[in-house]
Design a protein around this ligand. Sequence first.
Ligand code: IPM
Ligand code: MG
Length: 356
Amino acid sequence: MTSYDVVVLAGDGIGPEVTNEAFKVVDAAASAFGFSIKKSVLDLGTERWLKTGDIFPDADFNAVKDHQAIFLGAIGDPRAPVGLIEYGIIAKLRFDLDLYINLRPIKLYDERLCPLKGKGPKDIDMLIIRENTEDAYAGMHGFVHKGQPLEVATQTMVYTREGVERAIRYAFEACRARNGKKNVTLIDKANAVRAQDIWTRVFAEVATEYPDITTDHAYIDAACMWMVKNPEWFDVAVTPNLFGDIITDLGAMLQGGMGIAASGNLHPGQVSLFEPIHGSAPKHAGKNVASPVAAIMAGAMMLDFLGEKKASVAIEGAISDLLCSGKIKGVGTGVHPCNEVGDMVVEEVRAAVAKA
Ligand code: IPM
Ligand code: MG
């Protein structure tokens, strides 16, 4: 039987409870489709930092590399300084494993989840490709005269030819592979952030290799407007890291909010990381009120990446059916006890497999 080695990093806040539900479902799908998941638990996050001062020791990091995927619940806690744990864990994984694509599907399963008037599932089905290792996130920042009246703070937006090209190329390939409108939109702010001219040029160049795919362009400010006004215009969009961070939160709201949006941090062919887009929501932690649907969807994305497409499709289908039938009444906080949602999805997956 095929077995996959997965690192489970449940993390802070609601991370452990949603991770638990995600693996209930992933394990049930694995046994239904005849494979297994071997989990290595990685105890990292704010609790460990508070106890030991460790953020991400080398021994833990090196162990991660021997696996095929990493599942991350959530990271962040107000007891730690802003960004310390996020940068030490998520950013370290993204940069040091060179997870250069942040794949964020935005798909509406049921009209009731969408805050936009008159928009339904046929209007909201897009894939945002967020470049994941460069831009303002590259870490080139500094302060002069810190704390003084003349303090200067800088952070450099970094774009390499290779980084830009591989993100754009991934977007065109993903567009070709998916059953969409065969359109890729470049989202940038090249009119103000002049360095993003490299995105304009590389996009035009790569596009010539994909004559079957049409292209569009939107500045990030306008793209925010179009996403709300005419989300049906988007099929695949590719964008630098920081804009991708922002616009995918907006996108998450179109599909029902942080309780459903999932993402993959990918380096195709190498160990990659899957996580719900939401944060650790410390105020809801341990109360069994968080929606685990986003984490379960991240689990489905992980299975797809591992090559278990049928299992992934079965999980997505189960969630879609539960949402459309109203058995899952919503993906907000407190709508259902967290642990019951995982059970419902497991049951639905099993029933669908038995029927097939
Ligand atoms: C995300 C998050 C992270 C980011 C934070 C936690 C550093 O918002 O994955 O979207 O900005 O990339
Ligand atoms: Mg974000």
